[in-house]
Write a protein that binds this ligand. Structure first.
Ligand code: AMP
Ligand code: ZN
Length: 120
């Protein structure tokens, strides 16, 4: 199922170009257009889910396939030795801007603390 005005659905449909690094039957991984680390790849389910909460509850197997693709890209990009960060921004507090579930795979340099500042 695709949502016509969704940016990432349009990338899946080939209507907007992206630098794809891995594709499976159900997932797509492409480089972030505004990278925040030497490696910054977005990993998405091809099917539209607004965020990781609806994806994880709606289709846990597909969520697992997103993780498997992220792990394969991490290996391809040489991140397994030094490590990496995998995160899903979700909703307003999470700072989500594109409402098609996506994992950010970040690595290639020390990434610093999990948050820029503590909000506890
Ligand atoms: P988020 O804030 O978690 O929703 O992240 C959205 C991400 O999508 C940001 O890191 C953007 O840089 C990235 N982005 C936006 N448009 C594109 C695009 N056309 N191709 C690749 N990445 C994009
Ligand atoms: Zn979408």
């Amino acid at each position: 199922m695709s949502t016509p005005d969704c940016l990432f659905c349009r990338i899946v449909a080939g209507e907007i170009p992206a630098t794809v690094v891995r594709e499976t039957a159900t997932t797509l991984a492409f480089r972030d257009i505004d990278p925040k680390a030497p490696v910054h790849v977005l990993v998405i389910p091809k099917e539209h889910y607004a965020d990781v909460a609806t994806l994880g509850q709606g289709d846990p197997a597909l969520a697992g396939e997103v993780l498997a693709t992220a792990a394969a890209v991490a290996e391809d990009e040489g991140l397994l030795g030094d490590g990496f960060r995998l995160l899903f921004n979700t909703g307003a507090y999470g700072g989500q801007e594109v409402f098609h579930a996506h994992a950010h795979l970040l690595g290639g340099a020390p990434l610093g603390p999990m948050l820029a500042r503590s909000v506890a």
